[in-house]
Ligand binder design. Structure first.
Ligand SMILES: Cc1cc2nc3c(=O)[nH]c(=O)nc-3n(C[C@H](O)[C@H](O)[C@H](O)COP(=O)(O)O)c2cc1C
Length: 166
């Protein structure tokens, strides 16, 4: 984040080399470069080279003084900064990241930004996520079968939480 122009050049080179989407993942700041103005400058500089998606860990990072692990817990989470960035760049896809653990939190963030990235919680409860994915798949299959029944006689009751994934 100290060199937005360099990152922008890298993005441009990658975009020239592939038709795949090129995205940028960054923090809200580093060291003393943690003003909102710098984040806007960083985003704008890279956007100008054609990047349309930013995944933003809603913490600054202390590159001097903290380890990568400490940098995932010690700097405070500032989700509002990411929300503000989405307001200032509504045309960009802004995906929020950092400390997100529950479906309720995901739902809440999605009111303000375009997507949510889950890191450690997805590792910790990967079994839950696997079950959730299977449940959604199973539900979609059930729903297709259910279409064969009349509404009145449909024997399948759909839990509210599953409906929300459709
Ligand atoms: C073991 C581990 C390795 C990581 N490696 C990377 C990496 O290579 N690049 C990156 O951008 N973020 C990396 N991260 C950071 C995560 O992508 C994420 O931004 C961070 O963990 C905060 O999200 P979370 O609170 O949901 O875990 C790593 C995180 C962990 C726990």
């Amino acid at each position: 984040m100290a060199e937005p122009e360099l990152v922008a050049d890298c993005v441009a080179a990658m975009k020239d080399a592939t038709t795949l989407p090129v995205t940028v993942k960054n923090r809200i700041g580093i060291d003393d470069l943690d003003s909102y103005e710098h984040l806007v400058h960083f985003t704008q500089t890279i956007k100008d080279k054609g990047c349309e998606t930013f995944i933003i860990h809603a913490r600054k990072a202390w590159l001097t003084g903290l380890s990568p692990k400490e940098n995932r817990t010690i700097p405070p989470l500032k989700y509002d900064v990411v929300y503000q960035l989405k307001k200032d760049f509504p045309e960009l896809e802004i995906i929020i990241n950092g400390g997100i653990q529950t479906l309720e939190e995901i739902d809440s963030h999605l009111q303000a930004v375009d997507g949510v990235m889950i890191g450690r919680e997805a590792i910790r409860i990967h079994i839950f996520w696997r079950k959730l994915t299977s449940a959604i798949t199973a539900f979609q299959t059930m729903r297709q079968s259910a279409k064969k029944w009349s509404k009145k006689s449909c024997p399948i009751s759909i839990p509210k939480w599953q409906k929300e994934f459709l």
